[in-house]
Design a protein around this ligand. Structure first.
Ligand SMILES: CC(C)(COP(=O)(O)OP(=O)(O)OC[C@H]1O[C@@H](n2cnc3c(N)ncnc32)[C@H](O)[C@@H]1OP(=O)(O)O)[C@@H](O)C(=O)NCCC(=O)NCCS
Length: 167
């Protein structure tokens, strides 16, 4: 039986997360940027999805003035389509609720159908378009948000663990 665990990221996760970035984005975040959010940035919260001990995805949000801003969510390309992104997002909303946030916001490239579908499935609404927002190709950003209620809050140890056969 395989176990998927979602937990707060640690400094030792950085090489694996940087590899997932490289495999997933044309302009990946560097190991230094990931390290900053795990170690030094007090506003940031980074979570890792671990499948049988191997990092297979991660998410990064910043908490500012009671709002959670989701900056990144990514699943290792080899493990997509198995529910890992959905569980990571659930963990981020649970954590945002525990930290007292009442809304989560994000922006996403208009062409990124998998991500937009993931967010809509989790209850995010479209709130606007930022024209030509991305400087590399002048693509529009879709702005989305989702209410967070105290009922979303995580319980127990703060980790989320599931038998992968159930996802
Ligand atoms: C977006 C992303 C994180 C989804 O991760 P994942 O682990 O594959 O997602 P899941 O298996 O949990 O899928 C959950 C939902 O996402 C949506 N989704 C996932 N892959 C999809 C695809 N290829 N096409 C359309 N919708 C998709 C679906 O709504 C899916 O629900 P369903 O299985 O009931 O149809 C992943 O595609 C990824 O890492 N993309 C590259 C990084 C990125 O663009 N991140 C977001 C912007 S920062």
């Amino acid at each position: 039986m395989s176990v998927l665990k979602i937990r707060p990221a640690k400094i030792y996760d950085v090489p694996a997360l940087a590899r997932i970035e490289m495999d997933s984005f044309v302009h990946p975040w560097s190991a230094e940027e990931i390290t900053r959010d795990i170690v030094r940035n007090e506003k940031a919260f980074v979570a890792v999805a671990e499948l049988d001990g191997e990092a297979v995805g991660y998410a990064d949000m910043w908490i500012v003035a009671g709002e959670a801003q989701l900056y990144n969510i990514v699943t290792d390309p080899r493990y997509r389509g198995r529910g890992i992104g959905q569980l990571l997002l659930k963990y981020m909303t649970q954590t945002a609720a525990r930290l007292g946030c009442n809304v989560m916001t994000l922006e996403v490239r208009r062409s990124n159908e998998p991500a937009i579908s993931l967010y809509r499935k989790d209850g995010f609404r479209d709130t606007g378009i930022r024209r030509g927002y991305y400087t590399d190709n002048h693509e529009d950003a879709v702005l989305m948000d989702r209410d967070i209620s105290p009922d979303d809050a995580i319980e127990g140890t703060g980790d989320l663990e599931v038998d992968v056969d159930t996802i």
